[in-house]
Each structure stands twice: as C-alpha cells, then as structure tokens.
Write a protein that binds this ligand. Structure first.
Ligand code: KG4
Ligand code: ZN
Length: 335
C-alpha cells in the first residue's frame, strides 16, 4: 500500500510517500521559518497562504523522487490537528480533494500520534509497550503507549510547552524565532554552575509539568545581570540543564510507576543534543532503553504523517468527504 502524507499544521509544509512493504520512498519539506522570523513568531494567515503555494509542488517532488505516479497511490493522509486551523485546512483540503479525484481513501492524522510514531521509521524501532515523552512547540506530554491508538495520558504541561519555553527564552536572549536550536547552540559556550534554574514540579508526585516559572527566572536574571554574550550563554546553559533535568525526572518516574523500561522521546525538542545525551546515559545506566526519531523527523515532517496514515488506512480506517480539522485534540481521545 502506497500512502501520500501531507503536513501543514504550523510553519512547515511537507509531503512524503510511505509504502507498507518498501518503507519511506520520499519526503520533502519547505520551512517557513524565514517568513515568520521577521514577526518574532508564526503569523497564522501568512502560514496558510504559504502552505497553499508550496503543497502541490512538494507532492510532485515526492512523486518524482519515488519514481511513482499518481496512479500508484492507494491512500492519502493529512494532519487533521492539533494545530493552526487555517494551516491545517490547506493540507486537509488538498489531501481530501486529491483522494476524491484519485478515488482512494483519505484519513486525517493526529499530529502528536504522528510525532510519536516517527520513531518507527528508524532501523531499530521499539516494541510496544513503552512510555513516550512528546516535547514540541505546542505540547508536552507523557503517554503510556500499548499499541497504535492505545494511549494513556500520564502527564502534561499546565502552562507553557517545552518548545515554547525554549522559544520565549531564546527571544529574551535575542536569538530570534524559533530559537530552540539557537539557544542549544549558545548553551555550548556557557559556563556550568553560574546560574541555577528551578526544577518546577519535581516534588509533586504527579507527572505534570510547568515551564512558565523557568522562563520568568530567565527574565529576572537578564534584568539583574544584563545580556552580554557570556551571560546569555551561561543562562542558556542553565536553562537547558534545568529543562532536561525536569523532563528526565518525570520520565523516569513514569517508567517506575508503570514498570516499563522503554522510553521514546519525540517532537521538536527531542532533536536537542544535550537532552539526547543525558537521557541516553541515564536511562541506559538504569537498565532501560531510550529511542528517538532521527533529528529531521523530530521536528514537523510528512514522513511521520504518511507512516501513521498508512498504518491506520491499512486497518480500514478512512474519513468521509466533509473536511474536518481540529485546533485542539487530545491524544487520549484517539482509538
Ligand atoms: O514538533 P515541532 O517541529 O513543532 C510543533 O509541533 O510544535 O517542534 C518545534 C519546537 C520549537 O519550539 C523549536 O524551538 C523546538 O521544537 N526545537 C528545539 C530544538 N530543535 C527544535 N528545542 C531545543 N533544542 C533543539 N535542538
Ligand atoms: Zn509538531
């Protein structure tokens, strides 16, 4: 079964082709980062307009790369939510219409499920069950995963998502938008020990998170110590250290509480090198295993949409002709 996947939930337009036996045949992406950078954040209307311009050329490019034609496609999957409604509508309209024209089934895919399933595209994917920590620009979730669509939400952020905290702190340090990766790079020049950020909620027995306090702490430090390059690097170091530490404490607690030993970390922030190194070392030393998607499949992409869509379409799932997207959509609402 060959499935076309389309991603347009935020500021990345992407298309991919996944074949149930041959694997991932093509994936292409266009990032709108430069378009939104001048505004310091994603402008939803501009995102939608740009998705309209880029989606069909990316689909054609994917067909060319995979050396297949429209006639070879057996199903279409698009990101249905959560995300920006106007942006989601573009991928949904194009995906649904292509499916209608080609007379193949079409399915709207959950963005966070796609993020967590991205790890299955790696050479040694984890077996079910496992714990998933999904850390993106809009969400921070700890989920117990027993199979496709079998999710128990163990914890989530009560305020900012981790990626959002990275982006806001990066902006504060003058690193532009989205600043997660830039902050991580600057942190490499930071001196350990100069600042000690709080680790919010670690003494609460539950598995929820809160990151707005860390962000405020950074703001207060800047007010007190200024923004010279070394201070920014030291702050970036301490910020990253506190975030990674907090995520690790709660992830380990989730493993302990469920008795599981496999952890999947996914979503944009899972591209973070410090996080990957610290998690790998700690979880491994405790007899556990940690799995990540390759960095380019941590952030938004269509490979994860095509793959997840393929699994669900193969189970016989599909949507009708009316196009539906969801700005908010809990992963535990899935079946
Ligand atoms: O999953 P994603 O591409 O989009 C959403 O679904 O939100 O995640 C984007 C987020 C942004 O906040 C970005 O700053 C963050 O992931 N990010 C990183 C890194 N690369 C991307 N944060 C920390 N370190 C990185 N290397
Ligand atoms: Zn995402």
């Amino acid at each position: 079964m060959l499935v076309l996947g389309i991603e347009s939930s935020c500021d990345e337009t992407a298309a991919a082709l996944y074949h149930s036996e041959r694997g991932l045949l093509a994936h292409h992406l266009y990032s709108q980062v430069a378009l939104h950078a001048q505004y310091g954040g994603v402008v939803p209307e501009l995102a939608s307009r740009d998705h309209i311009r880029k989606t069909l050329p990316l689909i054609q490019q994917s067909l060319n790369t995979a050396k297949v034609t429209q006639a070879d496609i057996n199903g279409v999957a698009y990101t249905k939510g959560p995300g920006l409604v106007g942006a989601l509508m573009v991928g949904a309209s194009i995906g649904r219409s292509l499916g209608y024209a080609w007379q193949v089934p079409v399915l709207g895919v959950h963005h966070m499920e796609a993020h967590l399933m991205a790890v299955m595209l790696e050479p040694n994917p984890p077996e079910f069950p496992f714990i998933a920590l999904i850390v993106s620009g809009g969400h921070t979730l700890l989920v117990s995963v027993t199979g496709l669509g079998e999710y128990e939400l163990l914890g989530e952020t009560l305020d900012d998502a981790v990626g959002e905290a990275f982006d806001k702190t990066a902006k504060l340090l003058g690193l532009g938008y989205p600043g997660g990766a830039a902050l991580a790079e600057l942190a490499e020049e930071g001196q350990p020990g100069r600042f000690e950020f709080p680790r919010p909620m670690i003494h609460h027995p539950d598995l929820n998170f809160s990151f707005s306090g860390i962000k405020t702490f950074a703001l207060n430090c800047v007010k007190q110590y200024g923004k010279d390059r070394q201070t920014c690097a030291d702050l970036a170091y301490a910020f990253e250290e506190a975030i990674v530490d907090t995520l690790l404490i709660k992830s380990r607690r989730a493993l302990e509480q469920t008795g599981l030993n496999r952890l999947v970390v996914a979503g944009g922030v899972s591209a973070n090198k410090k996080l990957r190194a610290v998690f790998h070392q700690t979880i491994k030393s405790q007899g556990g295993e940690v799995f990540y998607p390759r960095p380019e499949f941590c952030t938004d992409n269509a490979a994860m949409v095509a793959y997840t869509g393929c699994l669900r379409l193969a189970r016989g799932e599909s949507n009708g002709l009316s196009i539906e997207v969801k700005a908010r959509w809990g992963i535990d609402e899935l079946e």
